[in-house]
Design a protein around this ligand. Structure first.
Ligand code: AMP
Length: 417
Protein backbone atom coordinates (compact mmCIF):
# COMPACT_ATOMS: atom_id res chain seq x y z
CA UNK A 1 0.00 0.00 0.00
CA UNK A 2 1.29 3.45 -0.80
CA UNK A 3 0.23 6.96 0.20
CA UNK A 4 -0.97 7.45 -3.40
CA UNK A 5 -3.81 5.00 -2.73
CA UNK A 6 -5.23 6.96 0.18
CA UNK A 7 -6.91 9.83 -1.68
CA UNK A 8 -4.36 12.33 -0.53
CA UNK A 9 -3.76 15.31 -2.80
CA UNK A 10 -0.47 16.47 -4.32
CA UNK A 11 0.40 18.85 -1.46
CA UNK A 12 -0.05 16.09 1.12
CA UNK A 13 1.92 13.56 -0.93
CA UNK A 14 4.75 16.08 -1.22
CA UNK A 15 4.60 16.69 2.55
CA UNK A 16 4.79 12.98 3.24
CA UNK A 17 7.76 12.66 0.93
CA UNK A 18 9.46 15.65 2.52
CA UNK A 19 9.25 14.13 6.00
CA UNK A 20 10.54 10.82 4.63
CA UNK A 21 7.55 8.51 5.09
CA UNK A 22 7.70 5.97 2.30
CA UNK A 23 4.78 3.77 3.24
CA UNK A 24 1.67 4.43 5.31
CA UNK A 25 1.36 2.62 8.64
CA UNK A 26 -1.66 0.33 9.16
CA UNK A 27 -3.59 2.97 11.12
CA UNK A 28 -2.97 5.47 8.32
CA UNK A 29 -4.21 3.01 5.68
CA UNK A 30 -7.34 2.27 7.68
CA UNK A 31 -8.12 5.80 8.80
CA UNK A 32 -7.17 8.40 6.20
CA UNK A 33 -9.79 7.53 3.53
CA UNK A 34 -12.60 7.49 6.13
CA UNK A 35 -11.60 10.84 7.59
CA UNK A 36 -11.51 12.28 4.07
CA UNK A 37 -15.06 10.98 3.57
CA UNK A 38 -16.13 12.95 6.63
CA UNK A 39 -16.69 9.98 8.93
CA UNK A 40 -16.16 10.01 12.69
CA UNK A 41 -13.44 7.61 13.76
CA UNK A 42 -12.64 5.72 16.91
CA UNK A 43 -9.10 4.40 16.74
CA UNK A 44 -7.55 1.88 19.09
CA UNK A 45 -3.92 2.79 18.58
CA UNK A 46 -0.90 3.67 20.60
CA UNK A 47 1.68 6.35 20.17
CA UNK A 48 4.20 4.93 17.75
CA UNK A 49 1.53 3.64 15.39
CA UNK A 50 1.61 6.78 13.25
CA UNK A 51 -1.82 7.91 14.45
CA UNK A 52 -0.91 11.61 14.44
CA UNK A 53 -0.31 11.65 10.71
CA UNK A 54 -3.40 9.45 10.32
CA UNK A 55 -5.57 12.39 11.40
CA UNK A 56 -3.29 15.37 10.63
CA UNK A 57 -2.82 14.59 6.92
CA UNK A 58 -6.50 14.33 5.96
CA UNK A 59 -7.44 17.26 8.17
CA UNK A 60 -4.87 19.59 6.62
CA UNK A 61 -6.09 18.48 3.21
CA UNK A 62 -9.73 19.20 4.11
CA UNK A 63 -8.95 22.63 5.59
CA UNK A 64 -7.57 23.85 2.30
CA UNK A 65 -8.33 26.12 0.57
CA UNK A 66 -9.24 28.21 3.62
CA UNK A 67 -11.98 30.76 3.07
CA UNK A 68 -13.33 33.64 5.12
CA UNK A 69 -12.01 35.03 8.35
CA UNK A 70 -9.43 32.92 10.17
CA UNK A 71 -10.99 31.01 13.06
CA UNK A 72 -10.25 27.89 15.07
CA UNK A 73 -11.48 25.01 12.94
CA UNK A 74 -9.56 22.13 14.49
CA UNK A 75 -9.08 21.26 18.15
CA UNK A 76 -6.86 18.39 19.24
CA UNK A 77 -6.90 17.57 22.94
CA UNK A 78 -3.86 15.71 24.26
CA UNK A 79 -3.07 14.70 27.84
CA UNK A 80 0.49 16.02 28.14
CA UNK A 81 2.47 19.05 27.08
CA UNK A 82 5.02 16.95 25.23
CA UNK A 83 2.38 15.16 23.24
CA UNK A 84 0.60 18.43 22.44
CA UNK A 85 3.90 19.93 21.26
CA UNK A 86 4.63 16.90 19.10
CA UNK A 87 1.21 16.88 17.49
CA UNK A 88 1.53 20.60 16.80
CA UNK A 89 4.92 19.95 15.21
CA UNK A 90 3.42 17.24 13.00
CA UNK A 91 0.70 19.67 11.84
CA UNK A 92 3.53 22.10 11.08
CA UNK A 93 5.24 19.57 8.84
CA UNK A 94 2.12 18.82 6.85
CA UNK A 95 0.84 22.37 6.51
CA UNK A 96 4.07 23.90 5.30
CA UNK A 97 2.76 24.48 1.76
CA UNK A 98 -0.51 25.95 3.03
CA UNK A 99 -1.58 29.21 4.61
CA UNK A 100 -2.85 27.39 7.71
CA UNK A 101 -1.69 28.40 11.15
CA UNK A 102 -1.44 26.12 14.14
CA UNK A 103 -0.45 26.49 17.75
CA UNK A 104 0.02 24.43 20.89
CA UNK A 105 -1.61 25.48 24.15
CA UNK A 106 -0.38 23.91 27.37
CA UNK A 107 0.35 24.78 30.96
CA UNK A 108 3.67 25.04 32.76
CA UNK A 109 4.80 27.97 30.62
CA UNK A 110 3.68 31.60 30.50
CA UNK A 111 0.36 32.09 28.77
CA UNK A 112 1.21 35.36 27.00
CA UNK A 113 2.98 33.89 23.93
CA UNK A 114 0.04 31.52 23.52
CA UNK A 115 -2.44 34.38 23.83
CA UNK A 116 -0.43 36.35 21.25
CA UNK A 117 -0.52 33.42 18.81
CA UNK A 118 -4.28 33.14 19.30
CA UNK A 119 -4.73 36.87 18.73
CA UNK A 120 -2.85 36.62 15.42
CA UNK A 121 -5.35 33.97 14.41
CA UNK A 122 -4.99 30.20 14.13
CA UNK A 123 -6.82 27.42 12.31
CA UNK A 124 -5.54 24.50 14.36
CA UNK A 125 -5.18 24.37 18.15
CA UNK A 126 -3.52 21.46 19.91
CA UNK A 127 -4.11 21.74 23.64
CA UNK A 128 -3.99 20.11 27.02
CA UNK A 129 -7.30 20.41 28.87
CA UNK A 130 -6.27 22.64 31.80
CA UNK A 131 -4.71 25.55 29.94
CA UNK A 132 -7.33 25.35 27.22
CA UNK A 133 -10.09 25.84 29.78
CA UNK A 134 -8.17 28.70 31.41
CA UNK A 135 -7.88 30.51 28.09
CA UNK A 136 -11.48 29.74 27.15
CA UNK A 137 -12.66 31.13 30.47
CA UNK A 138 -10.59 34.26 29.93
CA UNK A 139 -12.23 34.71 26.54
CA UNK A 140 -9.14 34.13 24.39
CA UNK A 141 -10.49 31.04 22.69
CA UNK A 142 -13.75 30.66 20.85
CA UNK A 143 -14.65 27.27 19.49
CA UNK A 144 -18.08 28.00 18.07
CA UNK A 145 -16.83 27.60 14.50
CA UNK A 146 -15.03 24.36 15.16
CA UNK A 147 -15.26 21.72 12.42
CA UNK A 148 -12.92 18.95 13.58
CA UNK A 149 -12.33 17.65 17.09
CA UNK A 150 -9.70 15.04 17.95
CA UNK A 151 -9.41 13.50 21.40
CA UNK A 152 -6.00 11.85 21.57
CA UNK A 153 -4.91 9.27 24.13
CA UNK A 154 -8.34 9.24 25.70
CA UNK A 155 -7.41 6.48 28.16
CA UNK A 156 -4.52 8.59 29.44
CA UNK A 157 -6.91 11.48 29.98
CA UNK A 158 -8.85 9.12 32.19
CA UNK A 159 -5.74 7.85 34.03
CA UNK A 160 -4.55 11.38 34.64
CA UNK A 161 -7.89 12.54 36.00
CA UNK A 162 -8.70 14.88 33.09
CA UNK A 163 -11.82 13.18 31.91
CA UNK A 164 -14.26 15.63 33.50
CA UNK A 165 -12.31 18.56 32.08
CA UNK A 166 -12.51 16.89 28.68
CA UNK A 167 -16.26 16.44 29.03
CA UNK A 168 -16.68 20.08 30.05
CA UNK A 169 -14.74 21.19 26.96
CA UNK A 170 -16.75 18.93 24.66
CA UNK A 171 -20.00 20.47 25.99
CA UNK A 172 -18.79 23.80 24.63
CA UNK A 173 -18.11 22.53 21.10
CA UNK A 174 -20.55 22.83 18.22
CA UNK A 175 -22.72 19.72 17.90
CA UNK A 176 -22.13 19.47 14.16
CA UNK A 177 -18.50 18.56 13.71
CA UNK A 178 -16.30 15.63 12.69
CA UNK A 179 -14.85 13.83 15.70
CA UNK A 180 -11.97 11.39 16.06
CA UNK A 181 -11.08 9.61 19.26
CA UNK A 182 -7.84 7.68 19.73
CA UNK A 183 -7.02 5.52 22.68
CA UNK A 184 -4.51 2.74 23.32
CA UNK A 185 -7.02 0.89 25.48
CA UNK A 186 -10.79 1.04 25.59
CA UNK A 187 -11.90 0.94 29.23
CA UNK A 188 -15.65 1.17 29.83
CA UNK A 189 -15.52 4.90 30.60
CA UNK A 190 -13.89 5.57 27.22
CA UNK A 191 -16.36 3.34 25.40
CA UNK A 192 -19.19 5.31 27.04
CA UNK A 193 -17.56 8.60 26.12
CA UNK A 194 -17.08 7.44 22.51
CA UNK A 195 -20.74 6.58 22.26
CA UNK A 196 -21.75 9.99 23.51
CA UNK A 197 -19.45 12.10 21.33
CA UNK A 198 -19.13 10.18 18.05
CA UNK A 199 -21.75 9.70 15.37
CA UNK A 200 -21.75 6.34 13.59
CA UNK A 201 -17.98 6.06 13.86
CA UNK A 202 -15.69 3.85 11.82
CA UNK A 203 -13.83 1.63 14.27
CA UNK A 204 -10.17 1.14 13.53
CA UNK A 205 -7.78 -1.03 15.44
CA UNK A 206 -4.10 -0.80 14.67
CA UNK A 207 -2.32 -2.47 17.52
CA UNK A 208 -4.60 -3.86 20.17
CA UNK A 209 -3.36 -3.02 23.62
CA UNK A 210 -3.18 -6.62 24.71
CA UNK A 211 -0.52 -7.53 22.17
CA UNK A 212 2.88 -6.01 22.52
CA UNK A 213 4.90 -5.22 19.46
CA UNK A 214 6.49 -8.41 18.23
CA UNK A 215 9.83 -6.87 17.45
CA UNK A 216 10.43 -6.03 21.12
CA UNK A 217 12.49 -8.63 22.98
CA UNK A 218 11.05 -8.57 26.49
CA UNK A 219 12.79 -10.00 29.54
CA UNK A 220 12.45 -9.97 33.30
CA UNK A 221 15.20 -9.76 35.87
CA UNK A 222 14.20 -10.99 39.30
CA UNK A 223 16.24 -8.76 41.56
CA UNK A 224 15.98 -7.38 45.07
CA UNK A 225 15.05 -3.72 45.36
CA UNK A 226 18.43 -2.76 46.82
CA UNK A 227 20.30 -4.33 43.89
CA UNK A 228 18.34 -2.65 41.12
CA UNK A 229 20.75 0.23 40.79
CA UNK A 230 23.80 -2.02 40.47
CA UNK A 231 21.98 -4.18 37.92
CA UNK A 232 21.06 -1.11 35.92
CA UNK A 233 24.65 0.10 35.82
CA UNK A 234 25.73 -3.38 34.79
CA UNK A 235 23.35 -3.27 31.83
CA UNK A 236 24.15 0.33 30.93
CA UNK A 237 27.85 -0.46 30.69
CA UNK A 238 27.10 -2.79 27.80
CA UNK A 239 28.01 -0.89 24.61
CA UNK A 240 24.72 -2.03 23.06
CA UNK A 241 22.87 0.22 25.54
CA UNK A 242 23.09 3.31 23.41
CA UNK A 243 19.84 5.12 23.99
CA UNK A 244 18.03 3.90 27.04
CA UNK A 245 14.75 5.04 28.50
CA UNK A 246 14.44 4.04 32.16
CA UNK A 247 11.12 4.15 33.98
CA UNK A 248 10.70 4.70 37.68
CA UNK A 249 7.56 4.78 39.79
CA UNK A 250 8.02 8.27 41.21
CA UNK A 251 9.56 11.62 40.31
CA UNK A 252 11.76 11.38 43.37
CA UNK A 253 13.16 8.02 42.29
CA UNK A 254 13.70 9.36 38.76
CA UNK A 255 15.71 12.29 40.08
CA UNK A 256 17.78 10.19 42.47
CA UNK A 257 18.52 7.56 39.89
CA UNK A 258 19.60 10.10 37.26
CA UNK A 259 21.93 11.71 39.81
CA UNK A 260 23.42 8.41 40.90
CA UNK A 261 24.04 7.31 37.32
CA UNK A 262 25.68 10.61 36.47
CA UNK A 263 27.93 10.20 39.51
CA UNK A 264 28.90 6.79 38.17
CA UNK A 265 29.85 8.55 34.91
CA UNK A 266 26.84 7.30 33.01
CA UNK A 267 25.31 10.56 31.71
CA UNK A 268 21.63 10.56 32.59
CA UNK A 269 18.83 13.06 32.98
CA UNK A 270 15.43 12.84 34.59
CA UNK A 271 12.21 14.00 33.00
CA UNK A 272 9.06 14.32 35.05
CA UNK A 273 6.15 16.58 35.82
CA UNK A 274 7.97 18.70 38.41
CA UNK A 275 10.55 19.88 35.92
CA UNK A 276 9.92 23.09 34.07
CA UNK A 277 8.86 22.80 30.48
CA UNK A 278 12.18 24.27 29.36
CA UNK A 279 14.14 21.71 31.38
CA UNK A 280 12.06 18.87 29.96
CA UNK A 281 12.43 20.07 26.40
CA UNK A 282 16.17 20.48 26.85
CA UNK A 283 16.61 17.04 28.40
CA UNK A 284 14.58 15.50 25.63
CA UNK A 285 16.57 17.29 22.93
CA UNK A 286 19.86 16.09 24.44
CA UNK A 287 18.57 12.55 24.61
CA UNK A 288 17.24 12.66 21.04
CA UNK A 289 20.55 14.05 19.80
CA UNK A 290 22.40 11.23 21.55
CA UNK A 291 24.27 13.51 23.99
CA UNK A 292 22.62 11.95 27.05
CA UNK A 293 22.36 8.20 26.53
CA UNK A 294 20.02 7.62 29.46
CA UNK A 295 16.73 9.31 30.16
CA UNK A 296 14.97 8.45 33.41
CA UNK A 297 11.26 9.11 33.25
CA UNK A 298 7.98 8.65 35.04
CA UNK A 299 4.99 7.33 33.12
CA UNK A 300 3.30 10.67 32.79
CA UNK A 301 6.39 12.46 31.53
CA UNK A 302 7.14 9.77 28.97
CA UNK A 303 3.65 9.50 27.64
CA UNK A 304 3.62 10.18 23.94
CA UNK A 305 7.27 11.07 23.67
CA UNK A 306 8.31 10.86 20.08
CA UNK A 307 11.81 9.48 20.33
CA UNK A 308 13.22 7.43 17.53
CA UNK A 309 15.66 4.59 17.96
CA UNK A 310 15.46 3.99 21.68
CA UNK A 311 17.55 0.83 21.97
CA UNK A 312 16.33 -0.22 25.41
CA UNK A 313 13.39 0.47 27.65
CA UNK A 314 14.14 -0.53 31.21
CA UNK A 315 11.40 -0.77 33.78
CA UNK A 316 13.47 0.01 36.85
CA UNK A 317 10.19 -0.21 38.72
CA UNK A 318 7.40 -2.39 37.45
CA UNK A 319 4.36 -0.34 36.43
CA UNK A 320 1.42 -0.91 38.76
CA UNK A 321 -1.06 -0.39 35.91
CA UNK A 322 -0.55 -3.25 33.45
CA UNK A 323 -1.42 -1.12 30.40
CA UNK A 324 1.46 1.18 31.30
CA UNK A 325 3.82 -1.71 30.59
CA UNK A 326 2.66 -1.79 26.99
CA UNK A 327 2.86 1.99 26.72
CA UNK A 328 6.35 2.04 28.18
CA UNK A 329 7.89 -0.68 26.07
CA UNK A 330 6.22 0.82 23.00
CA UNK A 331 8.85 3.58 23.21
CA UNK A 332 11.29 1.14 21.64
CA UNK A 333 10.95 -0.78 18.37
CA UNK A 334 9.23 2.12 16.67
CA UNK A 335 8.62 2.34 12.96
CA UNK A 336 9.79 -1.19 12.26
CA UNK A 337 13.02 -1.17 14.30
CA UNK A 338 13.63 -3.87 16.87
CA UNK A 339 14.02 -3.05 20.54
CA UNK A 340 14.76 -4.48 23.93
CA UNK A 341 12.63 -4.14 27.03
CA UNK A 342 13.94 -5.23 30.43
CA UNK A 343 11.90 -5.18 33.59
CA UNK A 344 13.34 -5.34 37.08
CA UNK A 345 10.99 -7.16 39.38
CA UNK A 346 11.46 -7.36 43.14
CA UNK A 347 9.40 -9.46 45.49
CA UNK A 348 6.71 -6.82 46.05
CA UNK A 349 6.32 -6.25 42.33
CA UNK A 350 5.61 -9.84 41.36
CA UNK A 351 1.88 -9.21 41.58
CA UNK A 352 2.26 -6.49 38.94
CA UNK A 353 4.17 -8.92 36.74
CA UNK A 354 1.31 -11.42 36.97
CA UNK A 355 -1.17 -8.75 35.88
CA UNK A 356 1.05 -7.68 32.98
CA UNK A 357 1.43 -11.24 31.75
CA UNK A 358 -2.32 -11.70 32.00
CA UNK A 359 -2.84 -8.60 29.86
CA UNK A 360 -0.32 -9.46 27.17
CA UNK A 361 -1.34 -13.11 27.39
CA UNK A 362 2.13 -14.51 27.39
CA UNK A 363 4.87 -15.13 29.91
CA UNK A 364 7.84 -12.81 29.73
CA UNK A 365 11.21 -14.52 29.46
CA UNK A 366 13.32 -14.55 32.58
CA UNK A 367 16.99 -13.73 32.49
CA UNK A 368 18.19 -16.26 35.01
CA UNK A 369 21.88 -15.60 34.76
CA UNK A 370 22.95 -12.22 36.06
CA UNK A 371 25.08 -11.00 38.94
CA UNK A 372 22.19 -9.79 41.09
CA UNK A 373 19.76 -12.68 41.05
CA UNK A 374 17.12 -12.35 43.77
CA UNK A 375 17.53 -14.63 46.76
CA UNK A 376 13.83 -15.44 46.57
CA UNK A 377 13.17 -18.19 44.03
CA UNK A 378 11.22 -17.16 40.95
CA UNK A 379 7.50 -17.83 40.93
CA UNK A 380 6.31 -21.21 39.77
CA UNK A 381 3.55 -21.64 37.26
CA UNK A 382 0.29 -23.12 38.43
CA UNK A 383 0.84 -26.46 36.78
CA UNK A 384 4.02 -26.75 38.80
CA UNK A 385 6.05 -27.50 35.70
CA UNK A 386 9.09 -25.96 37.33
CA UNK A 387 10.91 -22.73 37.86
CA UNK A 388 12.93 -20.53 35.67
CA UNK A 389 16.47 -21.70 36.03
CA UNK A 390 18.50 -19.26 37.98
CA UNK A 391 22.14 -19.07 38.65
CA UNK A 392 21.92 -20.44 42.17
CA UNK A 393 19.24 -19.56 44.67
CA UNK A 394 21.30 -17.08 46.55
CA UNK A 395 23.04 -14.01 45.39
CA UNK A 396 26.46 -14.79 43.96
CA UNK A 397 29.53 -13.05 45.27
CA UNK A 398 29.92 -9.69 43.56
CA UNK A 399 32.44 -9.68 40.80
CA UNK A 400 34.80 -6.92 39.98
CA UNK A 401 33.27 -4.13 37.92
CA UNK A 402 35.57 -4.91 35.03
CA UNK A 403 34.68 -8.54 34.91
CA UNK A 404 30.97 -7.82 35.27
CA UNK A 405 30.96 -5.34 32.47
CA UNK A 406 32.44 -7.91 30.16
CA UNK A 407 30.08 -10.63 31.17
CA UNK A 408 27.66 -11.77 28.51
CA UNK A 409 24.20 -10.36 29.04
CA UNK A 410 22.74 -13.55 30.37
CA UNK A 411 20.99 -16.57 29.07
CA UNK A 412 17.40 -16.18 28.05
CA UNK A 413 15.02 -18.74 29.31
CA UNK A 414 11.37 -19.10 28.75
CA UNK A 415 9.52 -19.66 31.95
CA UNK A 416 7.63 -22.92 31.89
CA UNK A 417 4.09 -22.42 30.71
P1 AMP B 1 2.73 8.69 16.31
O1 AMP B 1 2.14 7.34 16.57
O2 AMP B 1 1.84 9.58 15.56
O3 AMP B 1 3.27 9.30 17.58
O4 AMP B 1 4.01 8.47 15.34
C1 AMP B 1 5.14 7.77 15.75
C2 AMP B 1 6.34 8.07 14.89
O5 AMP B 1 6.22 7.49 13.61
C3 AMP B 1 6.61 9.55 14.64
O6 AMP B 1 8.00 9.75 14.77
C4 AMP B 1 6.18 9.77 13.21
O7 AMP B 1 6.90 10.84 12.64
C5 AMP B 1 6.52 8.44 12.59
N1 AMP B 1 5.67 8.08 11.45
C6 AMP B 1 4.36 8.33 11.28
N2 AMP B 1 3.92 7.83 10.11
C7 AMP B 1 4.99 7.24 9.52
C8 AMP B 1 5.17 6.53 8.29
N3 AMP B 1 4.17 6.33 7.44
N4 AMP B 1 6.40 6.08 8.01
C9 AMP B 1 7.42 6.27 8.88
N5 AMP B 1 7.31 6.92 10.05
C10 AMP B 1 6.11 7.40 10.38
Amino acid sequence: MSFQNLQLNGAMLRAVERVGYTEPTPIQVRTIPHILEGRDVVGCAQTGSGKTAAFALPIVQMLEPARGKRRIRVLVLAPTRELAAQIDEEFGKFSRETSLRHTAIFGGVGQQPQVNALRRGVDIVVATPGRLQDLMNQGYIRLDQLEYFILDEADRMLDMGFINDVKRIIKRLPKVRQTMLFSATMPQAIQDLSRSILTDPVKVEANPQSTTVETIAQSIYFVEGGDKRALLKHILRDPASQRVLVFTRTKHRANNLAKQLSRARIPAEAIHGNKSQTARTRALARFKAGHTPVLVATDIAARGLDIDSVTHVINFDMPNIPESYVHRIGRTARAGASGIAYSFCDLDERKHLREIEALIQEPIEVIGDHPFVSATPPPTRQNGAGKARQNGASKPARQSRRRRSRRPRGRRQARPA
